[in-house]
Design a protein around this ligand. Structure first.
Ligand code: C2E
Ligand code: CA
Ligand code: CA
Length: 539
């Protein structure tokens, strides 16, 4: 990792700052998620309401038109003419018998009479808005918001009948600014039946190609009602301005919950970072007081069962005797940068403890685990070169293990790994198969060996989907002429299966647990497993 990155990371790695960042991120996430959810729900409700409103409107309109047509047909059928008392009573009877008829009017060249004498009625009737072969229609005959005024008129011959605004609006309350329109001339013209005149056409591609009833634009909901007549269509338009106030209300309800949850997350992060900070302070003390030890887990030739080397593994035993797992403190040390001190310590310890053994057994090697920040700068090459010169050990006897996760910046890592190989070190990819290394990617990396992760060794011989991974990795490694080490071998059957697959090297509790330096030296010098028994972890 670059020094600038490390500086930024240590500047951010403060408990309160981390907690506040986590809380802010959590609050932003929760609020935007709630916002999205509320928006979706409000829209959904709005769409459902519009659908229901449109359907109710259509039902009512069909009832009204049916009754108006029947009434006007009935009046024509009676054969009455002129404004006689019989005509007036016939008009009044029609109004009385039909719930949706507001008034009935007779007009000829000389006379005009209505079932409601004295009301303006059809007196100022303009030309019809729709002139069909049988019926004529007058739409929006009043724009006043008075439910007791004729709003829609239908005529045949000398008779016209109307319905009131109230009959159109009592099943649905038209949203403010909304309109019910009759669309004529194949969608070219729209006349409002109720509500204000609307900009027409409502969309640039009107009439829309789909047969969907509801269309949603940025500012309005448009509900199309297909009628039986090809001459006209009904359209309900409602503005979408009502969305924001509804959303505000819902958001205010979610806001406190999100804040409480964000506060809780912040608090948890604070505790976690504080704990890690205290662990990191303890580790610093442990390094100073020499509480860290290095163990060596032997690596074997699977055919001859002879030890060919070891992996150096660090242990932290506290003064009270408890062991802290490297799985706990190594990731933390990688975050705080303390890992560099640990890597240096491991290299130094191993050369001090095993320098003589390595000089006497040039075929034996020890591999050291490197963290991402060790791979991102050339420092480690200088440290190991100095120690090797001091202990007169050959570079090929020290190998380096890097995980796929450790290769964050492949270009930089590749140069540094190549530099280590150039002076004779071996480079191994650790935990292979758990990261993102593909074959194509692997080909470009300067490596000598793959270590197959324990998880895939465990799966060997089982039916699990991962049981085929190890053989696949082995074939891939052979194709790239890389050596393979299987780690975490616990059973003889696993060792035999791996040998039959062409794996030459293995490490695991079947052969030996991690050993202290003295035990490892004994193992190498005797060239066989100690006392014929498995060797146990000697931290
Ligand atoms: P790793 O590099 O994959 O090391 C192998 C781990 O598997 C070791 O755990 C080893 O004790 C364990 N192991 C070996 N054979 C068997 C087996 O047959 N069965 C089981 N169940 N486990 C087996 P350990 O020592 O606890 O190390 C854990 C991890 O900590 C290591 O995984 C490595 O990533 C890290 N680590 C340990 N020492 C160092 C170090 O000096 N530097 C760095 N950077 N990381 C280290
Ligand atoms: Ca390793
Ligand atoms: Ca490993």
């Amino acid at each position: 990792m670059s020094p600038a990155f490390l500086r930024i990371r240590s500047a951010i790695y403060r408990p309160w700052l981390m907690a506040m960042l986590a809380a802010a991120a959590c609050a932003a996430l929760l609020l935007s998620a709630s916002f999205g959810l509320v928006m979706h729900q409000v829209q959904q409700t709005e769409i459902e309401q519009m659908n229901a409103r449109g359907e109710r409107f259509l039902d009512r309109l069909e009832q009204i038109f049916g009754q108006l047509r029947e009434s006007v047909d009935g009046l024509n059928g009676q054969g009455l003419q002129g404004c006689s008392p019989a005509m007036i009573s016939a008009l009044q009877q029609v109004e009385f018998d039909n719930r949706f008829v507001y008034d009935a009017v007779y007009t000829d060249d000389q006379q005009r009479c209505s079932s409601r004498p004295g009301e303006p009625g059809a007196s100022e009737l303009r030309d019809p808005d729709i002139k069909g072969p049988t019926y004529s229609y007058w739409l929006n005959t009043t724009t006043q918001p008075d439910d007791n005024l004729a709003a829609l008129r239908l005529g045949r011959g000398a008779f016209t009948v109307s319905t009131s605004r109230g009959h159109l609006t009592d099943v649905v309350d038209l949203t403010p600014g909304g309109s019910l329109l009759v669309v004529l001339d194949k969608g070219k013209r729209a006349v409002p039946v109720l509500g204000p005149v609307q900009a027409w056409p409502p969309t640039s591609d009107w009439p829309p190609p789909s047969q969907q009833a509801l269309l949603i634009t940025r500012d309005s909901l448009i509900y199309r009602m297909f009628t039986k007549s090809p001459d006209y269509q009904l359209v309900l338009i409602a503005p979408r301005t009502s969305l924001l106030p509804k959303m505000n209300a819902a958001l205010w309800a979610l806001f406190p919950g999100s804040l409480v949850l964000a506060g809780f997350v912040g608090w948890m992060v604070l505790l976690l970072v504080r704990e890690r900070r205290s662990l990191s302070a303890e580790l610093q003390g442990a390094l100073r007081r020499g509480e860290l030890k290095v163990l060596y887990q032997p690596i074997f030739d699977l055919n001859s069962r002879r030890c060919v080397g070891a992996e150096a593994l660090v242990r932290w035993r506290r003064p009270d005797g408890t062991l802290t797992s490297p799985d706990l403190f190594i990731p933390m040390a990688e975050n705080t940068g303390q890992i560099r001190e640990i890597t240096d310590f491991v290299l130094q310890q191993l050369l001090e403890q095993l320098g003589q053994l390595l000089r006497a057994n040039p075929h034996i090697y020890v591999s050291v685990n490197l963290a991402a920040c060790d791979v991102m700068v050339p420092r480690i090459g200088r440290v190991v070169a100095r120690l090797l010169a001091q202990h007169r050990v050959a570079a090929h006897q020290i190998a380096f293990e890097v995980t796929e996760r450790g290769l964050i910046d492949v270009v930089v890592a590749r140069d540094n790994l190549q530099a280590l190989r150039d002076v004779g070190h071996q480079v191994l990819i650790d935990d292979f198969g758990t990261g993102y290394c593909s074959l194509a990617y692997l080909q470009t990396l300067p490596v000598d060996c793959l270590k197959i992760d324990k998880a895939f060794i465990d799966a060997l011989g089982h039916d699990a989907a991962s049981s085929g991974v190890a053989p696949h990795i082995i074939r891939m490694a052979h194709a790239l002429q890389l050596r393979v080490i299987a780690e975490g071998i616990e059973l003889e059957a696993q060792a035999l299966l791996l040998t039959s697959e062409g794996v030459h090297y293995g490490q695991g509790w079947l052969f030996a647990h991690p050993l202290n330096a003295r035990q490892f030296m004994e193992l190498v010098t005797r060239g066989r497993r100690l006392n014929g028994r498995r060797l146990d972890d000697e931290a």
